[in-house]
Design a protein around this ligand. Structure first.
Ligand SMILES: *Cc1c(COP(=O)(O)O)cnc(C)c1O
Length: 841
């Protein structure tokens, strides 16, 4: 098929630059070119804010008029010059690392939430991936994204007259999306293929430009494919297990092949969640081809350059596939790897906990990546717990999973008013720098300024809410009276609370509705009223979630509350942006610890909104008195209904006794000084900490740079280091069982203990292991104690053994320390790459 029919329409020569501007999704966070789009078609602009749609819809005549308009042409030239300047300006990465330290980083994700103009996301995971690419562009990190171009994406929500959720899957016409088909040098569509049982699947490539960062997308809707296969990239998270497996094959295996076809050879490969885990196999396979090495060596070499970010807080949330299905899809593939199906399956299983009864994508990801992290401090801890089956007998603190707390791309979520205030305080472009001065710069903003900003932000939100309300009720044939009611819903002077998120039961969207009468009293208080804006989709198969949607929309239609609250349908990024810019308080009530991080609450920070949230995810590390309010006791209570009831009570109390009074207690200038003090503290302290800028810098310095170096070392010289590591690994594998402890004695003196431990090594070379003394940490926040013991004399006897010794100052009792043997190699990371451990029981 000819890719040309998917190319942008041709414009008058002098307007060609408009195509470049519309195709660069930076318009989504840098609004300086808005003037152009508004000038071309104010109507479509107002309705969609989608430059690409404007460009594809505007008439030829209008374009010719614009081309003859000197003012428009001047503006266009300016905008193109600004874009050039952005692309060329030195970045944080250039300054910190100079050019080309990393090679490039490729970022794999099942979904990307960049803009509603490119609807290939469902929720938090996608929005994070989108914010990540935008920030990588701003900071100049050499990132390339890989994802799927869905024909339908995630479902769109509407409510029927009874408040029941309806799900729609409108078709995304690719010519109406800001993407370009990828062409090879002959002008043919750039394609890659993957093997499915009995057939080859052809995949087309697309490009979405995100500032400096290219995002490459694959789709299977090619006439070369069988009808059933054309829909593989149809719905995001739709279909059953087998469909999900096919999608993940496309993402991981197809994705790496696309990079190859584009002649991109990244040193770092970052897996955003386990969906993309097959890439670790394909990357190794490619290494085998290029260097003529075994799969095992190639896996060792490439693993060092792979990074896995897990987002799942419960083991049941991992993607799993039945072994039979895996065999159907991978038996040919394993031949190209030169390994058995059994060997492949074991990469997705834990030997102890499961008898190969399912293939766990998160296990494959962890085994195939040199570094793994969770997405908040608490989620790091939780992940160390749920990945324990892969590290039997290792203490939980040593499970090799760190954390990088998520953040949000601030320029995508700030209001125009907030942007003005921050620019005045911190200078232009501060979100592309290191943010060191932010806290100080914000500390002395005066009350009046902050309060004015807050009040001015509430009004546009309410206007937008009313507009949405009218639109969503039009289908129900509004009467004049209904219309009037819509126009009178909400009040720009009233404390405005937002609650918008997926209606999954762990988020407890019903908590605030536990006692409807009490809630009504809050909303309709004659002097100190509160108003609510609720939004959220329930997965079409989630009956409980759909019931909660109906319950909220029914409640909010009660005559006595309908002025004070609304349920807005079809929660998406556009609606999220309106909400986080306008609300005073953002409410979050997940069941701890099921919110791995949560990011929506971070989006209100820059806008001066406050958080009231369960102590879960990011809030468990962000909260301190004075920045907002916390719910719960910081402990886990599972799904205990009694505890839910207790927390509902606590939530009402907080609102009635703290939140509402803080908002309505005003000084002589009409300013709620206690509220504003909280705002200032939350903005100054938390905005920089929970920005994606901080997150991307952390990934770069703590993950990408070391991973790139490790990969380059292992890959050099045709993988000679990887080969040596493989030999070390194999030796330990065959001889580990020979290791055993002999005598252990402690010689105590008044100030220190001398530990003497006999270890028989058999055929294991002493340099391949380390003997340690281990003691549990004294408090949950500190690290365990690990003391390396020195090797002393060889023990007499036929089996090779040595006496190891270590001197430990007194303080903890000798019984606290346990000797152990673990594998050791200066270039390997233990226990990620080899989980052996022998304790002296
Ligand atoms: C930010 C965002 C999310 C993620 O928010 P949570 O805090 O995880 O609920 C989900 N959906 C949309 C549309 C968002 O903008």
């Amino acid at each position: 098929m000819n890719p040309e029919r998917y190319l942008p329409r041709s414009l008058p020569a002098s307007l060609k630059g408009l195509t470049d501007l519309a195709l660069d999704l930076r318009w989504n966070w840098n609004h300086c070119a808005d003037v152009l789009w508004r000038a071309i078609d104010p109507e479509i602009w107002k309705g969609t804010e989608d430059p690409w749609l404007i460009l594809e819809s505007v008439s030829r005549m209008r374009l010719e008029t614009l081309a003859a308009d000197p003012a428009f042409m001047e503006e266009l030239r300016n905008q193109l010059a600004y874009r050039q300047a952005y692309m060329r300006q030195p970045t944080w990465y250039d300054e910190r690392y100079g050019s080309d330290r990393l090679g490039s980083v490729v970022y794999f994700s099942m979904e990307f939430g960049l803009s509603d103009a490119l609807p290939i996301y469902s929720g938090g995971l996608g929005v994070l991936a989108g914010d990540f690419l935008k920030t990588a562009s701003d900071l100049g990190i050499p990132v390339v994204g890989i994802g799927l171009l869905y024909q339908q994406g995630y479902f769109r929500q509407a409510l029927d007259t009874n408040g029941e959720q309806l799900a729609f899957f409108p078709f995304n016409n690719p010519t109406m999306l800001p993407v370009l088909p990828l062409q090879d040098p002959d002008g043919e569509w750039l394609r890659v293929s993957v093997e499915l049982p009995g057939r080859t699947l052809h995949l087309r490539g697309w490009l979405a430009q995100v500032g400096r960062v290219p995002l490459y997308l694959l789709d299977s809707n090619d006439l070369l494919n069988a009808p059933g296969d054309r829909g593989i990239t149809g719905e995001l998270y739709g279909g059953g297990t087998e469909m999900r497996l096919r999608q993940e094959i496309v993402l991981g295996i197809g994705g790496w092949r696309l990079l190859d076809a584009l002649k991109i050879s990244p040193s770092v490969c970052h897996l955003n969640e386990g969906h993309a885990a097959f890439v670790v196999l394909e990357r190794a396979r490619r290494f085998m081809d290029q260097h003529d090495r075994s799969f095992s060596i190639s896996f060792q070499a490439t693993r060092a350059g792979n990074i896995f970010t897990t987002h799942t807080p419960v083991a049941a949330g991992f993607d799993r596939f039945p072994p039979g299905l895996m065999t159907q899809y991978f038996s040919e593939y394993t031949k190209t790897l030169g390994i058995s199906m059994e060997a492949l399956l074991s990469l997705g299983c834990s030997r102890e906990a499961e008898n190969h009864d399912s293939f766990n994508m998160a296990y494959l990801a962890l085994r195939g990546c040199g570094r793994t992290n969770g997405v908040s401090r608490l989620h790091g801890e939780v992940s160390r717990q749920i990945f324990r089956p892969l590290f039997p007998r290792w203490p939980q603190q040593e499970i090799p999973i760190g954390h990088v707390t998520n953040g949000v791309h601030v320029p995508s979520w700030d209001s125009a008013a907030a942007d003005t205030l921050w620019t005045e305080r911190c200078g232009k472009g501060s979100w592309s720098s290191t943010l060191e001065t932010v806290e100080y710069a914000l500390k002395n903003v005066d009350d009046e300024k902050l309060w004015t900003m807050r009040n001015e932000a509430r009004q546009p939100l309410i206007t937008a809410v009313r507009r949405r309300l009218i639109r969503q009720q039009e289908a129900c044939r509004l009467s004049e009276k209904d219309l009037r009611q819509c126009r009178e819903t909400l009040d720009p002077h009233v404390l405005t609370i937002g609650f918008a998120r997926r209606f999954a039961s762990y988020k407890r969207p019903g908590l605030l509705l536990t006692d409807p009468e009490r809630l009504t009293r809050l909303l309709t208080h004659p002097k100190h009223p509160v108003q609510l804006i609720i939004a959220g989709k329930a997965h079409p198969q989630d009956e409980e979630g759909k019931r909660l949607v109906r319950e909220w929309s029914e409640y909010l239609r009660r005559p006595e509350v309908r002025k004070h609250g609304v349920f807005l349908e079809d929660y998406d990024m556009g609606l999220a942006a309106e909400l986080v810019q306008g609300v005073d308080l953002w409410l979050n009530t997940p069941r701890r610890p099921w919110e791995a991080c949560g990011t929506s609450g971070m989006k209100v920070l820059v806008n001066g909104g406050l958080n009231l949230s369960e102590l879960d995810g990011w809030w468990a590390e962000a909260y301190e008195p004075g920045v907002g309010w916390s719910l719960g006791d910081g402990k886990e209570h599972d799904q205990d209904p009694a505890w839910d009831a207790k927390e509902a009570e606590e939530l009402y109390m907080l609102l009635e006794e703290e939140v509402v009074p803080a908002f309505y207690t005003r000084d002589e200038r009409g300013i709620p000084t206690a509220w504003v003090t909280r705002m200032r503290h939350s903005m100054a302290r938390l905005t920089p900490l929970f920005s994606c800028n901080r997150m991307v810098r952390e990934y770069t310095s703590d993950y990408y740079v070391p991973a790139a170096a490790a990969y380059q070392r292992r890959a050099a010289d045709n993988g000679s280091l990887a080969t040596a590591l493989d030999e070390w690994h194999l030796t330990l594998l065959s001889h580990w069982r020979q290791l055993r402890f002999g005598q252990c004695t402690v010689e105590e003196s008044s100030v220190r203990n001398l530990f003497l431990v006999e270890v028989y090594l058999g055929e294991v070379h002493p340099s391949a292991v380390r003997v340690e003394l281990y003691a549990d940490p004294l408090s949950p926040d500190s690290n365990p104690v690990r003391i390396t013991m020195d090797r002393g004399e060889r023990l007499s006897g036929s089996v090779i053994g040595y006496q190891y010794h270590a001197v430990v100052s007194k303080g903890r009792s000798a019984q606290d320390y346990t000797p152990r043997v673990i594998p050791y190699n200066a270039d390997a990371s233990v226990p990620v790459e080899i989980n052996f451990i022998l304790w002296r029981e």
